[in-house]
Design a protein. Structure first.
Length: 253
């Protein structure tokens, strides 16, 4: 079994950290291949970067020659999962939904600890769209940027664990979800402080991808995630890799 794990930003060191956590979680015999988008932001913090990242992730996956059995989108609260599901015939797992689904198996309520406060509404919106917000006790910001997680892991553990403890005591959370792909590998240290189960989305998504593949299941193509209809797309690289859409040059700007 081969699972593609796609970082949503272009920071190679973060791709490496996500890949390491994915391989740690994977079962024997599961091959993890980590991908970094060819273009896009160094970190994703806000809707503008999230939409740009969604295009970059779809482009990077379509450029992969294959074969592979599943795709994990390793961005917490980011857009793009639905597009990948239309484009691919294999299971597509987003770490946001994967972590929340597993959290609800372990406790009545869960809290998400993320990066900057501006990410909170975006994560809440994604959980709402997925029907997962009802049992979310809170989404808390650690105050750290995505790149600070990568550059200062000791501070990251301290700030994330502090918010996790507050979520348990103040918000009555029974499970903690790490709300950023860049937090991969921090769950044990946060669990030691918070005293409740802590879920990393990358690990959760890999295990769910293995389960769906092992059961022979993939995305329904009957309505919502049917393949995109053939049509002209002006000056757009996406799909050129597979001849998905005819390409036309852009007119004068």
């Amino acid at each position: 079994m081969k699972v593609l794990v796609v970082n949503v930003n272009t920071t190679a060191s973060m791709t490496e950290a996500i890949a390491a956590r994915a391989r740690q979680a994977a079962a024997p015999g599961t091959e993890i291949e980590a991908l970094t988008p060819y273009f896009g932001p160094a970190s994703v913090e806000g809707n503008t970067e999230s939409y740009l990242s969604a295009v970059a992730v779809m482009d990077r996956v379509l450029a992969h020659p294959g074969p592979y059995d599943a795709v994990v989108q390793a961005g917490f609260g980011e857009h793009g999962r639905e597009g990948l599901q239309e484009l691919l015939d294999v299971p597509v797992i987003d770490i946001t939904e994967a972590a929340a689904h597993l959290a609800m198996l372990l406790g009545r309520t869960y809290s998400v600890i993320t990066t900057l406060d501006r990410a909170v509404p975006q994560i809440e919106d994604r959980l709402t769209l997925a029907g997962l917000l009802g049992r979310c006790a809170s989404v808390r910001a650690s105050g750290l940027s995505v790149l600070e997680l990568d550059h200062d892991p000791d501070r990251a553990v301290q700030e994330i664990a502090e918010q996790a403890v507050r979520a348990v005591h103040d918000d009555k959370a029974e499970v903690i979800v790490l709300g950023c792909g860049g937090m991969a590998g921090l769950e044990e240290k946060v669990r030691a402080r918070a005293g409740v189960p802590v879920i990393d989305g990358t690990a959760a998504a890999v295990k769910l991808a293995e389960s769906l593949t092992g059961l022979g299941l993939s995305t329904s193509k009957i309505r919502t995630y049917a393949p995109p209809r053939p049509k002209d797309v002006t000056a757009w690289p996406l799909g050129a890799h597979l001849g998905l859409w005819p390409q036309r040059e852009a007119g004068p700007r």
